[in-house]
Write a protein that binds this ligand. Structure first.
Ligand SMILES: Cc1cc2nc3c(=O)[nH]c(=O)nc-3n(C[C@H](O)[C@H](O)[C@H](O)COP(=O)(O)OP(=O)(O)OC[C@H]3O[C@@H](n4cnc5c(N)ncnc54)[C@H](O)[C@@H]3O)c2cc1C
Length: 420
């Protein structure tokens, strides 16, 4: 719905940002018949810097939105191929009851549009090209947002949206939630990463590829690299690092990316001539590093809530899952007339992700120590059984207490984390 930024709108729920988190929230609310307005400053399709990779966890939430993973545009992958100086290991995704055994790759250019249109089809009104300027508050409650037409260089008419609930899904910078009083928790991890598309002959086949050690000559850089196959024949190549890594302040995503590309075999032809577009970089807010995740009248989802998994840098699945959780709670609150239900959101997030992210934060702090990182790449990576377990644990892929021995070890670790 273009060109509706001016004037006043009244809805049950306004969702700020139509990335995966916002579109999932809008979809699940609309599915329940709730009157939702989904607002994005961009007009779709729009680019979003990302690795474009979905693990089985991401596929599961996609299926919950009724999206067909066999439609053209999706590239199916069956697992992770890991490289280090010492090893090359192929780790198929596990066979589980709770998750499919495959992942997907799709450019965010059309993935995000697909989700936004899906939400629209379910009944949400999508307001594109509309910037949300800030929250409207009344008596300590967030009750809406001011908006402006973003298409004429941000000088278009302004308007406002009044809503019973507001969902902030405006991504990693989340200025909207910031204006309402949400802060970044600097003790929790943050990643930065850069990626570029290439048109080259070499393809990873049906695998997500990850490089666990990056080198600049003989110096090991604290970072990781990826090489993901895109359905249109291009490859998404990128690299990133975490702020828990020693030397983080002296490095940039671009430098780590350049080092990674230089490491790749010359005959793969990953260079400026085969590049399609520029190197783009962005932040990955991890381990629930925003606080609080809800204010009276407003719930934060996805990157706005710092929901990226610190263990593997996956953010799409967690954005969509938190969007669904927020939608279900708001729906229950609306149906029962009890706002307290929506305000249970932080507790539900803590119950669902608290212990796992607690371990994840410890994991990335440990990786930040060069001797730990070296020991892992030297002695851990060559152990196939250990890496199979790591794939499950770091991907948060488990059948829970009813599962096999690996699941039981995971459960025990999560119980320990809960107790600590
Ligand atoms: C380089 C890189 C690689 C990554 N690779 C992967 C990967 O392979 N797999 C994975 O799962 N995750 C990956 N991630 C993380 C993933 O991209 C994010 O976690 C995910 O996009 C979060 O979704 P979201 O809906 O919360 O936010 P976003 O996708 O950022 O969407 C936010 C939306 O809000 C809109 N918006 C912002 N401000 C306003 C405003 N004021 N008014 C209106 N609209 C607004 C934006 O236009 C945008 O559409 C990567 C991140 C980076 C930076």
């Amino acid at each position: 719905m273009p060109g509706a930024a001016s004037g006043k709108h009244e809805v049950d729920v306004v969702v700020v940002g139509a990335g995966p988190g916002g579109s999932a929230a809008a979809y699940h609310l609309s599915r329940h018949g709730v009157n939702v307005l989904l607002v994005d400053r961009a007009s779709f399709p729009r680019e979003k810097v990302c690795g474009d990779g979905l693990t089985p966890r991401g596929v599961k939430v996609l299926l919950r939105m009724g999206i067909d993973p066999d439609e053209p545009g999706f590239e199916r992958v069956k697992g992770l191929r890991i490289f280090s100086r010492k090893v090359m290991l192929e780790l198929p995704f596990p066979q589980l009851e709770e998750f499919p055994d495959y992942g997907l790759v799709r450019t965010r250019l059309d993935f995000d549009e697909l989700l936004a249109r899906r939400a629209e089809k379910a009944g949400a009104r999508l307001l594109e090209g509309t910037e949300v300027l800030g929250p409207i508050s009344s008596d300590g409650y967030v009750t809406g947002a001011t908006i402006r037409d973003a298409r004429e260089g941000g000088t278009g008419p302004t308007g406002e949206i009044r809503a019973r609930y507001v969902i902030a899904a405006d991504g990693a910078s989340s200025r909207f939630a910031g204006q309402a009083g949400v802060r970044r928790d600097a003790t929790r991890p943050m990643g930065i990463a850069a990626r570029r598309y290439y048109r080259i002959e070499r393809r990873p086949g049906p695998w997500l590829e990850a490089w666990m050690d990056l080198w600049e000559g003989d110096a090991q850089l604290p970072g990781y690299g990826w090489f993901f196959p895109v359905a249109d024949g291009r490859s998404n190549i990128g690299a990133g690092l975490l702020n828990t890594f020693k030397g983080f302040k002296d490095l940039s995503a671009q430098r780590v990316f350049d080092a990674f590309v230089r490491m790749l075999p010359e005959d793969w032809n990953v260079n400026d001539d085969t590049a399609d577009g520029r190197v783009l970089s962005g932040a990955l807010p991890m381990g629930m590093n925003r606080s609080p995740p809800a204010l009276p009248g407003m719930l934060l989802v996805g990157d706005a809530a710092g929901m990226v998994n610190p263990c593997n840098g996956e953010g799409i699945a967690y954005a969509m899952e938190s969007g669904e959780v927020a939608a279900e709670l708001i729906h229950d609150a609306l149906v029962t007339g009890r706002p307290g239900i929506a305000h249970m959101y932080p507790t539900v997030l803590r119950q669902r992700y608290g212990s796992y992210f607690h371990i994840g934060r410890g994991w990335v702090r440990a990786l930040g120590h060069p001797p730990v990182m070296r020991a892992l790449t030297e002695y851990g990576l060559p152990q196939a059984w250990l890496m199979r377990f790591a794939l499950r644990f770091l991907g948060n892929l488990t059948d829970g207490p009813k599962g096999d021995a690996s699941d039981k070890v995971m459960e025990a670790l999560l119980r320990l984390a809960r107790a600590s």
